[in-house]
Design a protein around this ligand. Structure first.
Ligand SMILES: C[S@@+](CC[C@H](N)C(=O)[O-])C[C@H]1O[C@@H](n2cnc3c(N)ncnc32)[C@H](O)[C@@H]1O
Length: 838
């Protein structure tokens, strides 16, 4: 061996000792094991050196472990298994979990124990102050800089890595700590005399109790305010290692049981403290939490959460993250009455990030207050929601336009309640006559999907997707969760089911997508009948059905009787249906005339109009009038006839083969029938959850999701005939979460082929026709409809009503009489607009 080789080797030994010292391994132990390892590997320094001497560290851990157990088997470790143990650094970065997966459990535990010890030390001396002072962040910054120096990858390496650990499903339950991290953890152990733990101490089942506090695998040590940048309490600029200008927003939540602590933390914000105490009133444990949000102008948002118990928890075990999510989801569902079957904490976090970005970039909610006032983004969102001025009152069903356009008293879809990709404001009816508009992400026009471009509704993480690459990651290395495959039951088995009703209808309702084959309808619960959500007042005593309202003496089929029974009374002594089960021509014509030419018909006026009350509770305007609807009364349970009686059409359910299909025009999903439908044919009811308007309001306040399409229908039939309707009598149907195939019916301004007719079943109360027991809004064909022709309904939106606080969706109905003249390229629609305006 020449002198140079010796010198080089000496240097290697020094490096090895140094690396092991950083992990608290005494020189003597290192020496002893290094010798053995050199012997075993036939002086293969390349292997030993690799990955910051990780091979050596593993060997020492195992060796020491075996020693403790009195075994001497370490020599059998297979050094020829490079993939098992020796991951090149870039491999590890690409998949941190993989870096550890090859380690035997023993080593894994050892490592966890090692880090756990460090962490336990740390947590034994909690120092809340350290969380927001410069000490932690300084360290963190160094940490990141070191990482950068050691890495050949981009300055975003740190960010990538930790974010991936946080989000990548495959990394969630796996230890993702490299030797390097381990070294850093120890090297920086002084720093952990605060609340902070090294990243990576979490995860993995089957580990020793390690820390006395829980935290997500977070970017705490990764996102750092710059040394040089001026330090702000809330919006901390982050140096270039996080690309562009960044902001770190740190919010310390609970001050728990000590006012002192609040002061200590230097957080004077009253709200913050009170939030905290609220959070903790019922909790006997002493703990505190905080979260940090960091973002960059290129759209990265990172959230870190920390929750610290002040007391030791010897029973502490790192939970499985999926199980944890599930627990929180269950809790949220119960506590906040969340009904969205899709609700997921992961998505919530995504929304959180999105909202943060929106707030930070002043997209929708104004001046990015989150950055200057240090208020948590969710609060910011609430506060920044645009409240209308007093005269900007909410017109629930566009009453003015209802009168103008004949839609009074019709069940209507209120202006799209859409926090959607179209960037529409959310329409929210406040209980006492206030309208709250919230706004959402500014994906606007670019989200109007056409051709094969999926909509944001089907792809709630469309932002990520738009930035994504084909392999499912975006340029930032974030994992893209493809929501477009979400299915009705939350699984990916939708294609196999091929019946969105899941057998609840007489005929299968298939799904077809010739435009974008991968895309499936958004998730919802299929229900064939209305459900009462909670408070809707719809009690109906059977005793109220008198003899004059039923035909108890009938038998078999009422329609075949030479004299119409009492049930035909509502339709002028004639049944509304033909023996073929179609709505009679005269009746249908009259219904259509009511819709198309309301001025020819009479109105009723409320004493105190719920619509006006919802506009201004204190000083409501006079009722502008409601059209008197025509009903069909079907035979009821008190009737003597058979279920196959010809006057029981709607209650027997869907009797046509329907299909949900993806429209080519960009309207999202629509419905069509597989066979030709004659005029007057029953297609389906509009089914959903029956909510009071107050409940709808609350629901919409809660839901600030990215729904592109909305599904609520106001139920205002016969209001005028009532004295005064209370708030809990003001009802609507919301098919967003629970609904039937009708939720896919799209709007058409002119010549829609469906018409809605109220059907009385089991209730003579017209103002509740829609919800009383089985009463319903039913769709019938207004003309003959060809097989596979889209079935459409006129929602009654007045696209010309520019005073309406809610902007309607851009109509793509394509009809000659499209009322959305602002967007329509159809010259006919412009010239006809007065004639066709409904
Ligand atoms: C009741 S949903 C209809 C089903 C919806 N297309 C879907 O994919 O779930 C109402 C929503 O569909 C869209 N929509 C319905 N008719 C439309 C039309 N004529 N033009 C554009 N979008 C339409 C709007 O986003 C509206 O908020």
């Amino acid at each position: 061996m020449d002198i140079r080789t010796t010198m080089v080797q000496d240097q290697k030994v020094i490096d090895a000792l140094q690396a092991m010292r950083e992990m608290d391994i005494p020189d003597e132990t290192t020496h002893r094991n290094l010798q053995k390892l050199l012997k075993l590997s036939k002086n293969n320094w390349a292997l030993i050196e690799q990955d910051n001497f990780s091979r050596l560290a593993d060997y020492i851990f195992e060796s020491e472990e075996h020693k403790e157990q009195g075994a001497e088997k370490v020599e059998e470790v297979d050094l020829r298994a490079p993939l098992k143990e020796l991951h090149p650094r870039h491999d590890w970065e690409a998949s941190p979990s993989a870096a550890f997966s090859g380690l035997p459990p023993l080593k894994e535990q050892k490592l966890q124990k090692h880090l756990g010890d460090i962490s336990s030390d740390a947590t034994s001396k909690p120092s809340p102050r350290s969380y927001i002072n410069g000490e932690r962040t300084e360290h963190s910054q160094n940490h990141c800089k070191e990482k950068q120096n050691q890495s050949v990858s981009s300055p975003r390496t740190c960010y990538h890595q930790d974010f991936e650990e946080l989000y990548h499903p495959s990394c969630r339950q796996t230890v993702s700590v490299s030797r390097e991290k381990k070294s850093e953890a120890k090297r920086s152990s002084d720093m952990y005399l605060t609340n902070e733990k090294p990243t990576g101490v979490l995860n993995s089942m089957n580990v020793q109790p390690i820390v006395a506090s829980a935290q997500f695998e977070v970017p705490l040590s990764v996102i750092h305010p710059s040394d040089s940048a001026p330090v702000r309490t809330e919006g901390l600029p982050i140096p270039n290692d996080f690309m562009g200008t960044q902001t770190l927003l740190e919010y310390r939540m609970p001050c728990n049981n000590s006012e002192e602590k609040c002061e200590d933390d230097g957080i004077s914000d009253q709200q913050t403290c009170s939030t905290a105490s609220l959070e903790h009133t019922n909790n006997p444990e002493s703990h505190s939490s905080s979260f940090e949000i960091a973002s960059s102008e290129i759209g990265q948002v990172k959230i870190s959460l920390q929750f610290n118990y002040a007391h030791e928890r010897p029973d502490f075990r790192v939970p499985n993250l999926d199980a944890l999510f599930k627990m929180v989801e269950d809790k949220c569902i119960k506590s906040y009455k969340i009904v969205n079957p899709d609700f997921s904490i992961k998505k919530l976090m995504q929304d959180f990030c999105q909202s943060y970005l929106d707030a930070a970039t002043e997209r929708k909610i104004g001046k990015g207050k989150a950055l200057v006032n240090g208020t948590p983004p969710l609060d910011v969102l609430k506060k920044s929601s645009v409240l209308p001025k007093a005269n900007h009152v909410f017109k629930l069903t566009i009453l003015e336009s209802s009168v103008k356009s004949s839609l009074n008293s019709r069940a209507q879809i209120p202006r799209p309640i859409s926090t959607d990709g179209l960037g529409l404001p959310t329409q929210i009816i406040q209980p006492k006559g206030k309208l709250l508009l919230t706004t959402k992400g500014e994906k606007d026009e670019e989200d109007i999907f056409s051709g094969s471009k999926p909509s944001s509704s089907e792809s709630s993480m469309v932002l990520d997707q738009s930035e994504g690459t084909l392999d499912g990651t975006n340029p930032l290395g974030l994992v893209v969760h493809n929501q477009s495959k979400c299915t009705l039951d939350g699984s990916n088995s939708f294609h196999k089911v091929a019946d969105i009703s899941k057998g609840q209808e007489r005929y299968k309702i298939t799904v077809a997508n010739e435009v974008c084959t991968e895309l499936l309808p958004p998730s919802f619960h299929y229900i064939p009948r209305n459900l009462v959500y909670q408070n809707a007042y719809i009690q109906f005593p059977l005793a109220r059905i008198g003899d004059e309202n039923c035909c108890s003496s009938c038998d078999g089929d009422c329609l075949s009787s030479p004299v119409p029974c009492a049930c035909a009374g509502e339709t002028g002594g004639e049944f509304g249906y033909t023996v073929e089960g179609l709505v009679k021509k005269e009746f249908l014509d009259e219904c259509m005339s009511l819709c198309r030419d309301p001025k020819k018909h009479s109105f009723v006026y409320c004493k105190e109009c719920p619509l006006e009350r919802s506009n201004d509770a204190d000083l409501p305007d006079k009722c502008k009038g409601h059209l008197v609807r025509k009903f069909i009364k079907e035979c009821w349970s008190k009737c003597g006839c058979h279920i196959q009686c010809g006057n029981r059409v709607v209650q027997r359910g869907i009797s046509r083969e329907l299909q949900v299909f993806f429209t080519r025009e960009g309207k999202g999903w629509g419905i069509r029938a597989l066979h030709k439908l004659p005029r007057g044919a029953f297609v389906c009811e509009y089914v959903g959850e029956v909510l009071t308007n107050t409940e709808l309001y609350e629901r919409n306040v809660r839901n600030t999701g990215n729904e592109r399409h909305t599904y609520p229908v106001l139920l205002d039939a016969d209001w005028g005939s009532e004295a005064v309707l209370k708030d809990d009598e003001l009802l609507c149907l919301d098919a967003t979460y629970y609904g039937n195939v009708a939720r896919f019916v799209n709007h058409r301004c002119f010549d829609a082929n469906l018409i809605d007719i109220p059907i009385e079943i089991e209730s003579p109360d017209h103002h509740y026709y829609h919800v009383r027991m089985c009463n319903s809004i039913a769709f019938f064909t207004s003309r003959e409809v060809a097989a596979m022709e889209e079935l459409t309904w006129d929602y009654g939106i007045d696209f010309l009503d520019h005073n309406h606080p809610i902007k309607a969706f851009q109509c793509l109905c394509g009809s000659k009489g499209c009322r959305d003249i602002q967007h329509s390229t159809n010259s006919a629609s412009r010239s006809n607009r007065h004639v066709l305006s409904r």
